[in-house]
Design a protein around this ligand. Structure first.
Ligand code: GDP
Length: 352
């Protein structure tokens, strides 16, 4: 056994035993930009895969300042108070641009950070092969293998992050501010369709505005076709600072899980996410192989310039590049890696 293989066997054991340091180390490997470490990370994921899939995966989204960390802290403390083990992860779409990480600030979620039953993992800055979603999804699998039975994935209400998070979680909680027109903003961005639970936070600051926002959102939701036949997304008013108020949110989440499990929707969503994920990985790998192709790489800058200056049509450029890549493709080229965040084999569990 090589030293790395020996260390990895110990890491696997550590993760399965719920050891937080082993878990943190394993996540660091899958997040690494070094190829050798990534390969080790993938070996870990493959070995731990049979132990994944058993958590309730909750996405939490909302614009910066809406109260996500306050909400996750309150809800998280309630969840661990119920005897669960909770992991909190972040998808930070801006980290590679600004260098900031949404969970990076140590002052956030202080209570949870101290709780032995909670594990908080900041989103690292910088680009990663496969993107932030790949990194977070694999971190989520590792947390599940370490026995965390509730995983919260936090993201900011910007860009495509909500879609990515909705695609890896069992339900998406959308936090909104009690401002006039805020509901319409969510509608415009098409986020409302993704939400399974909508919370108007900071209702204590402006109760009348919060009630109005709730009405607007409820009206909008009656027009939208619900994503699940068993669930009409409720709109709740909340003050996330009031730790006791989150009990009602947790009850709704538990009701959601129960109804979705009973209707078979929970499992269907997981299965469709697994297929989605497979295609995502195939597309990522094909794109990476295409870009790494020497002949493509040699021609790409010229064709990019020609297309952007309007002297070559995008269709012609794409055809030329694809033909080049296909003509010299080695038949021995490795197929897309099966272990890379492969679909959870044993599906969801409805009983924790
Ligand atoms: P995030 O950027 O979405 O994570 O937002 P934070 O949780 O950091 O909250 C931003 C600010 O709003 C902080 O000063 C919080 O204390 C405050 N805040 C969060 N929730 C509430 C609430 O329900 N009521 C009031 N009044 N303030 C809140």
């Amino acid at each position: 056994m090589t030293p790395a293989a020996g260390a990895d066997a110990a890491l696997i054991e550590g993760v399965l035993a719920g050891d937080r340091r082993a878990l943190a180390k394993a996540i660091t490997l899958v997040e690494s930009s070094r190829r050798d470490q990534q390969d080790r990370g993938q070996t870990l994921i493959e070995a731990l895969l049979p132990h994944t899939g058993r958590s309730l995966r909750i996405g939490v989204s909302g614009v910066p300042g809406v109260g996500k960390s306050t909400f996750i802290e309150s809800l998280g403390l309630h969840i661990i108070g119920q005897g669960h083990r909770l992991a909190v992860l972040a998808v930070d779409p801006t980290s590679s641009l600004s260098g900031g990480a949404i969970l990076g600030d140590k002052t956030r979620m202080q209570g949870l950070a101290r709780a032995p039953a909670a594990f908080i993992r900041p989103s690292p800055a910088g680009a990663c092969p496969g993107g932030v979603a790949a990194r977070t999804r694999e971190a989520m699998l590792l947390c599940e293998a370490a026995g965390f039975d509730v995983v919260i994935v936090e993201t900011m209400g910007v860009g495509q992050a909500e879609t990515a998070v909705a695609r890896m979680t069992d339900l998406l909680v959308l936090l909104q501010l009690p401002l006039a027109g805020d509901g319409l903003q969510a509608l415009k961005k098409g986020i409302l369709e993704l939400a399974d639970l909508i919370i108007i936070n900071k209702a204590d600051l402006a109760p009348a505005a919060a009630a109005a926002a709730r009405q607007t959102l409820e009206d909008a939701l009656t027009i939208l076709r619900p994503a699940s036949p068993h669930w009409q997304p409720p709109v709740l008013m909340l003050s996330a600072r009031d730790g006791g108020a989150v009990a009602a949110v947790w009850s709704q989440i538990e009701r959601y899980r129960e109804l979705q499990c009973r209707g078979g929707e929970f499992e269907r969503r997981r299965r469709s996410q697994a297929l989605d994920w497979m295609w995502h990985l195939i597309e990522e790998r094909l794109r990476a192989d295409f870009r790494a192709h020497p002949a493509v790489g040699a021609l790409l800058p010229d064709l990019t310039r020609a297309v952007s200056s309007g002297t070559l049509s995008p269709t012609l450029a794409a055809t030329r590049l694809l033909t080049l890549a296909q003509a010299s493709r080695s038949p021995a080229a490795a197929p897309p890696g099966a272990a890379v965040g492969a679909p959870d084999p044993d599906g969801p569990r409805c009983d924790p």
